[in-house]
Ligand binder design. Structure first.
Ligand code: HEC
Length: 122
């Protein structure tokens, strides 16, 4: 039955497309777990820039719930900032570079998680 195989082909193509989108878009849950593990000490558990280590820092860690500021940054800028660190991006060296510790996919997960902090609730 040719009709069925065409249908099957469509489903297979759709599934592959969805997988591709999911990969490129990052995984919010994984990003959240990494954020709590590596970033919350400075940026705070809810991303407000009020982690336990923040009191000692100047400038303060960025408040990731500040939509007015965060929405001005492109995803690629967030990605580069996390990967290369503050110093390489012309900002505070207190923001570490994570390229040695995180893969590009893990950094992408963090970017999509950070987006949920100011665009919509996770
Ligand atoms: C040791 C403390 C510290 C840790 C840990 C830390 N950050 Fe930061 N982060 C900072 C500081 C300080 C700034 C502010 C830099 C500035 O404005 O000059 C910052 C800024 C940022 C920014 C804003 C960039 C911009 O353009 O303003 C992002 C995004 C960010 N951090 C993501 C992360 C992520 C993701 C992690 C965990 C993988 C993390 N940070 C871990 C201290 C930290």
């Amino acid at each position: 039955m040719p009709a069925i195989s065409v249908w099957t082909l469509c489903v297979v193509v759709a599934v592959f497309q969805l997988m591709g989108v999911a990969w490129a878009a990052g995984d919010v849950a994984k990003g959240k777990a990494k954020y709590q593990e590596l970033c919350a000490a400075c940026h705070g558990a809810s991303g407000k820039g009020d982690g336990p280590a923040a009191a000692a820092l100047n400038p303060k860690p960025r408040n990731h719930t500040d939509a007015a500021y965060m929405n001005k940054l492109k995803d690629q800028q967030l990605f580069d900032f996390i990967k290369k660190g503050g110093q390489a991006m012309g900002k505070s060296p207190l923001m570490p570079a994570w390229s040695g510790q995180l893969t590009d996919a893990q950094i992408q997960d963090l970017v999509v998680y950070i987006r949920t902090l100011h665009r919509r609730k996770p």
